[in-house]
Design a protein around this ligand. Structure first.
Ligand code: DON
Length: 307
């Protein structure tokens, strides 16, 4: 019997397509030229079923969605107490590319903003590790989560690196504040490389479903992320994953989530379903306009709100 779910997902996409608002990220020139008609959704259930519709084979760079998974790696490699010494867990209320250091501790406010993510990146493997070792660990882990070998989009990497003054500035401030101890240029380069890893919505749905499933990959049954890290990651995704839109998101959609500036979004409902949506046009807070609309619709129709 034909499953009704793909037809339903197609219907959700058709509705979201009517929303013409937003613009692709302007500050990374490859992303500014993205095909804004692209639209896709995928749902990965914790029982291992995967459903998708639209441009589900189209690849785009993971961007800030990587921050959730690299935070988990930092916790695994450096231990939660050390990570908490270096990165806070409070929403900044500011844009993702603000410095947002906490008064008193100098910690970046949380790991989902660029300052916190650059710090988390610097804690992967070990503080004195090479940039290559860190990137390799991150690529390997994200590939295991996706269930296939992922690759860095070199064009996106180069494009972001050539206009990286702002992130480089943040890296230098983190070093001056004693938060990162390695060469800040290497930390920022590695962070930009992690953001340039290409994925499609099916990859992201599977990565999200692993978080839903207490760190166990729903297909392979492998424990990829320790359970204690999943709890920490999902907590911070709930409060900080959608940046200064986090409050609106939690009240409207009610699912831990993370967005990326290439137009991807993941939603993660523990014990149930990992959602991924993609469309390149962003709102003023840096979240995909159609991606947000898709998640709102799914949450309403399927009763996914946590409350
Ligand atoms: O560092 C940056 O600005 C980008 N590589 C990532 C930002 C991002 O994805 C913000 N999300 N919406």
């Amino acid at each position: 019997m034909k499953s009704p779910i793909p037809d339903y997902l197609q219907h959700v996409l058709d509705k979201a397509r009517d929303n013409e608002a937003g613009a692709p990220a302007a500050y990374i020139d490859v992303l500014a030229r993205a095909d804004t008609s692209k639209l896709a959704v995928a749902l990965a259930m914790v029982d291992g079923n995967l459903y998708s519709a639209g441009d589900d084979q189209v690849e785009f760079s993971i961007q800030s969605i990587s921050k959730a998974f690299v935070y988990a790696l930092a916790i695994e490699d450096a231990g939660l107490p050390r990570v908490l010494e270096k990165i806070g867990v409070e929403p900044s209320g500011d844009r993702f590319n603000q410095l947002s250091l906490e008064r008193g501790t100098n910690r970046p406010m949380n790991p989902m903003i660029n300052a916190g993510a650059i710090t988390a990146h610097s804690l992967v493997v070990a503080p004195n590790a090479t940039a290559e070792a860190r990137t390799e660990r991150i690529l390997k882990s994200l590939s295991r989560l996706a269930g296939r070998q992922l690759h860095v989009d070199e064009e996106v990497y180069e494009a972001e690196l050539k206009d990286a003054d702002r992130n480089m500035g943040i890296g230098h401030m983190l070093k001056a504040a004693g938060i990162i101890t390695c060469d800040p240029r290497e930390a920022v380069k590695g962070y930009i490389r992690q953001c340039a890893i290409n994925v499609n919505v099916k990859d992201l749905a599977m990565m999200s479903a692993t978080l839903c499933n207490a760190g166990v990959h729903p297909f392979s049954g492998e424990q990829i992320i320790p359970h204690a890290s999943v709890r920490q990651v999902l907590s911070v995704m709930t409060t900080c994953g959608m940046y200064d839109a986090a409050g609106d998101w939690v009240s409207n959609v009610g699912i831990p989530a993370k967005s990326g500036v290439a137009g991807g979004i993941i939603g993660t409902l523990p014990g149930q379903v990992g959602i991924a949506a993609f469309s390149p046009k962003l709102d003023e807070r840096g979240n995909s306009v159609r991606g947000v609309a898709i998640c709102e619709q799914l949450s309403r129709d399927m009763g996914l709100h946590m409350m």
